[in-house]
Design a protein around this ligand. Structure first.
Ligand code: SF4
Length: 326
């Protein structure tokens, strides 16, 4: 399977069957914390990056090969921005015809200012957009967006979507130490959230390798401050533990590439995830994939993570990126 993966454990969505409708890394943002490497180049073009029938054929295959109870949610979550796939609405509707399982869409929310995107996402049971900043300057610093997707459009889109959308709107706030975990930054985010009125706010922190070397998760104090300022509907989401279902992978190489393309992991975590194989086999496969240019080691937080090799991670703060904040 190329476009469908898992189910994988998710703190919010239980065992989640993932649908990845865009190639790595098709995005209109270039977030400093992105675990998928830098966005080169930024794109805001909506098109059928992957033929929609091929995606739905894989979803059908995955749904029929699992027993009831093995999947809790079907989640559109891209190796980039999901709403850039021009058939996102068609995909959601098709999934809902195939299964009664709830459908979630993880999106950066930047295109919700467009009425057609709001309408396309409306059949989903939950939509999880991002809001990491409460002003345009910090938005540009953290999310480094395509010029067409401004902060004003982001907030206006979220407000308009909330008014029309009947499903669960769970806004994600990714905290980056020293950038948006300060009292001022959090109060501005809280003000924007007040105008949006989401059902829940999910506070996240970078745990997988952030693209920029200087990005750090908030400390305990920053998390407590965020909980206090973002209010009762905010909760801290910690990464889920549990097993990745790899039955869709045809070989160990497929399984490793499938995981590290979407979830870069340290070697111990990969060995645990791939426990049906011996640790020696997993290590040898990683070395082989590195030699042939399909995997790479990314060093962050003093740890070596394995990631897919086309992803671009600078080795040093600011490499190729003048004007970074540290
Ligand atoms: S975190 Fe999401 S929105 Fe940000 S650059 Fe990565 S894929 Fe795009």
């Amino acid at each position: 399977m190329k476009f469908v993966f898992g189910p994988v454990p998710s703190r919010r969505l239980g065992q989640s069957l993932g649908i990845d409708p865009v190639p790595l890394k098709t995005c209109n943002w270039n977030c400093v914390y992105c675990q998928l490497g830098r966005t080169i180049p930024l794109t805001n073009e909506r098109r059928e990056y992957i033929p929609r029938e091929e995606i739905i054929a894989e979803v059908n295959q995955a749904l029929t090969s699992h027993q009831p109870g093995e999947i809790d949610w079907v989640t559109l979550v891209g190796s980039g921005e999901t709403t850039l796939h021009s058939s996102i609405g068609w995909l959601i509707r098709q999934v809902k015809m195939l299964t009664h399982l709830p459908v979630a869409v993880i999106t950066n929310g930047s295109l919700l200012y467009l009425p057609e995107i709001r309408s396309e996402l409306s059949p989903a049971d939950a939509v999880l957009p991002s809001l990491d900043a409460g002003n345009a300057t910090l938005y540009r610093k953290i999310n480094r967006p395509h010029p067409e997707v401004s902060f004003k459009r982001l907030v206006e889109g979220l407000v308009a979507f909330r008014k029309e959308y009947l499903g669960k709107l769970w806004v994600e706030v990714m905290l980056v130490k020293g950038l948006n975990d300060t009292e001022t930054a959090l109060k501005e985010i809280a003000a924007a959230l007040k105008s949006i009125q989401p059902d829940e706010v999910h506070i996240l922190q970078p745990t997988r390798p952030p693209v920029e070397t200087w990005v750090q998760p908030p400390d305990e104090e920053g998390l407590l401050r965020a909980r206090a300022i973002l209010g009762d509907i905010a909760r801290v989401i910690h990464p889920a533990s549990g097993s990745f279902d790899l039955s869709g992978a045809e070989s160990l190489v497929d399984a490793v590439v499938g995981i590290i393309t979407r979830h870069p992991m340290c070697e111990d975590e990969l060995i645990e995830t791939l426990k049906h194989f011996s640790p020696g086999e997993v290590s040898a496969t990683l070395t082989e994939l590195e030699k042939c240019g399909k995997a790479q080691v990314v060093k962050r937080f003093g740890t070596r993570f394995w990631s897919a090799s086309p992803a671009h991670y600078p080795d040093h703060a600011g490499e190729g990126l003048p004007g970074h904040p540290m």
